[in-house]
Every structure is written in structure tokens, then in C-alpha cells.
Write a protein that binds this ligand. Structure first.
Ligand code: DAH
Length: 344
């Protein structure tokens, strides 16, 4: 028995000597020190030895196991450190190397304007409409009829509005005002929402007009809503959006869904009111339409106009962005020219 143990020991010493990685170390450790190792099997068979042999062989087996274990542990610290260092060296970051260029995008100027305007109206107590109440593909009923457009209104003409060829009465909405109607049908007053989105008009493209553009609609309906409040809200919006020093004027106007109706102009940024081609020499540029919600519109969505009143407004996002940054061609927003987009 002693000879067998000695033979195993010598064999193990040779193999430990030859260990050259953590992987081979694991193999050797398994072979000589695991449960199924020869040494362990000998330990299990101690019970069959004569009593006087048991303590001698038992302690010899323990001594050899301990010796092999300690040699393997020593090897472990050597190879663990070696392999760790190799790994760290491989992962070393060369901070003197040139950084590779990763082009960064930025927010589109129209998105930037919409975000700013939404934030301002949030401050003024308006919340963002649920998106399903503001669809771009709309039925005539919500784009026109419930907004008090007479059947023969010129805006309903195919020359002005994109109609769907395959589905009757379906249009690409020509205004975000469809959201007003949908909101008033889906909830009772008080209502205080804004609704940004795309709108479409069938017109020829020029520096001032595109057939796709963006609007932000606002609606406030409650008891005792007044024109004075409308003025207060829009003046505050203009002050916050442009900064305090933009001269503004209100002009009376007409929309089928508001009575009375107004349009608001701000002084032309290019000529400071002196008159130039951008403002057609008037010194003023229109930024929005607004008014008190027509009682017919309230009635059509089952809100009693004797109890409730409201104001509404709709503003052009492109126009507001052009005025803020002195951009003189609406098409720049849609060409995706990096030289333009980078400036915002
Ligand atoms: N929908 C109008 C347009 O596209 C703008 C507008 C005017 C919206 C008056 C309104 C409003 O809500 O009250 O020209």
C-alpha cells in the first residue's frame, strides 16, 4: 500500500511540475484531489485494512494529499496572476490614440419649436392631447362638417384638400382643428388641450408654402371663458416664445368654427416693421388664427353653449420657426440638408 501511494505521489509531482496554465492545473487537481481520485479511493478502502495498519496508512494518505494540495495552490497563485496580467494587457486602452469620429445628430428645428411651444402651454395649464384624438388621416366630418364648414366651402374643394381616391369622405387633414372636435366628443368640459401635428394642403410649393406643414391647435372650454382670457394666454405665449420685445397686433378675421375670430401678426424680423419682400412690405407676419368657439360647434358635439364657452387657436410651426431664426424659405425644413440642420 505504501508503495502504491508513493507511486501516485511521484506521478502527481511530475504532473504538477508540468502545469502551464490554469486549465491544466484544474485537470491535475481533479485527477489527484477530487472525490474520484485514486488517493480518495484508497481512503475509502481503509476500513478493509487490519486495525494496526489503519492509522499509519490513513495519516500517510492525508499527508500526501495535503502536500499535493499545497503545491497546486502555489501553482494557482502563479498562473492566476500571470493570466490576469495577460488579460489586462490585452484590454489596455491607449488614451493617446486618435478618437474615431462619430457624427452626432441633433433635434430638427421644427421638433425643437414644437417642444418649446408644448412646454410653454404646459406652463399655462394646457395638456397634450392623446394622440388617437388627433389623426392625420381624417374623415370630412371631423375635418370640416362638425367645425361648421358649410357644404360648399371652398376649403373642401379638391384644389385645396387631398382626398383619398379609394375611400369616400377620407382626407389628409387640412388643419389640426379636427382634434378639437374629437376632444370635445371624447370628454366633457373643462377641456384645456393642445394638439401638435402634421397637416396637408393641395397647393403649389414655394418659399412660403409647402403642401405638408405643421400646426399646433389649442382649445379651452369651460364656464365663463372669455376673449380677454384668450388675449391674455396668447400674449403670454408670444412673450415667452419670442422674448419680451416683439410688437404684436390683433386683426379681426373669419373662421367657420369661431365667432368672433382674430388673426395675430408679429412684426417682421427681417425688416423690423419697415417693409420687405418677406412680409410683402407690410412689416407684419401672421402667426396664428384664433377666436371664441362658435356656439354651433359646441352644439354639434353636445356641449350646451348657454352653459359653456371656449376659445381656440391654431398656429403654424414653420412660420413661428422662420420668424424666430430669420429663415426665409420653408423648403429648407424638408430638404434634409445637413448644412442647414446643423445650425440648430
Ligand atoms: N385651422 C385654422 C387654419 O388652419 C387655424 C385656426 C384658426 C385654428 C382659428 C383655430 C382657430 O383653432 O380658432 O388656418
Amino acid at each position: 500500500m505504501e508503495n502504491t501511494i508513493e507511486k501516485i505521489k511521484q506521478e502527481a509531482l511530475k504532473e504538477i511540475e508540468n502545469i502551464n496554465s490554469l486549465k491544466t492545473l484544474d485537470e491535475v487537481k481533479n485527477k489527484y484531489l477530487s472525490r474520484n481520485s485514486e488517493l480518495n479511493n484508497l481512503k475509502k478502502s481503509l476500513k478493509d485494512l487490519p486495525n494496526d495498519k489503519k492509522p499509519v496508512i490513513g495519516s500517510l494518505l492525508n499527508k500526501v494529499s495535503a502536500e499535493l494540495n499545497s503545491l497546486i495552490e502555489q501553482k494557482f497563485s502563479v498562473f492566476y496572476e500571470k493570466e490576469l496580467n495577460e488579460k489586462l494587457l490585452k484590454e489596455k486602452i491607449d488614451i493617446t490614440k486618435d478618437a474615431s469620429y462619430i457624427p452626432l445628430g441633433n433635434v430638427h428645428p421644427l421638433t425643437k419649436t414644437v417642444n418649446e411651444i408644448v412646454e410653454i402651454f404646459n406652463l399655462l395649464g394646457f395638456s397634450l392631447i392623446e394622440s388617437e384624438l388627433s389623426p392625420e388621416v381624417e374623415v370630412e366630418k371631423f375635418n370640416f362638417d362638425l367645425l361648421n364648414f358649410p357644404i360648399e366651402h371652398p376649403a373642401k374643394d379638391m384644389q385645396d384638400t387631398f382626398y383619398c381616391k379609394s375611400a369616400k369622405n377620407v382626407v389628409l387633414r387640412s388643419q389640426t382643428s379636427n382634434a378639437q372636435v374629437r376632444q370635445m366628443i371624447s370628454s366633457k368640459p373643462p377641456i384645456k388641450i393642445i394638439s401638435p401635428g402634421r397637416v396637408y394642403r393641395n397647393e403649389s410649393v414655394s418659399a412660403r408654402k409647402n403642401n405638408l406643414f405643421h400646426q399646433i391647435e389649442g382649445l379651452y372650454v369651460d364656464k365663463n371663458v372669455t376673449m380677454a382670457q384668450l388675449k391674455g394666454v396668447l400674449n403670454e405665449f408670444i412673450r415667452l416664445y419670442f422674448g419680451s420685445s416683439r410688437p404684436t397686433r390683433y386683426r379681426s378675421s373669419f373662421f367657420p368654427f369661431t365667432e368672433p375670430s382674430v388673426e395675430i401678426d408679429v412684426q417682421c424680423i427681417m425688416c423690423k416693421g419697415k417693409g420687405c419682400p418677406v412680409c410683402s412690405n407690410t412689416g407684419w407676419l401672421e402667426i396664428l388664427g384664433a377666436g371664441m368657439v362658435d356656439p354651433n360647434v359646441l352644439e354639434a358635439v353636445d356641449i350646451d353653449p348657454n352653459v359653456y364657452s371656449g376659445f381656440a387657436f391654431g398656429m403654424g410651426v414653420e412660420r413661428l420657426t422662420m420668424l424666430k431664426y430669420a429663415i426665409d424659405d420653408i423648403r429648407l425644413f424638408f430638404n434634409n440638408d445637413e448644412r442647414f440642420l446643423k445650425q440648430f
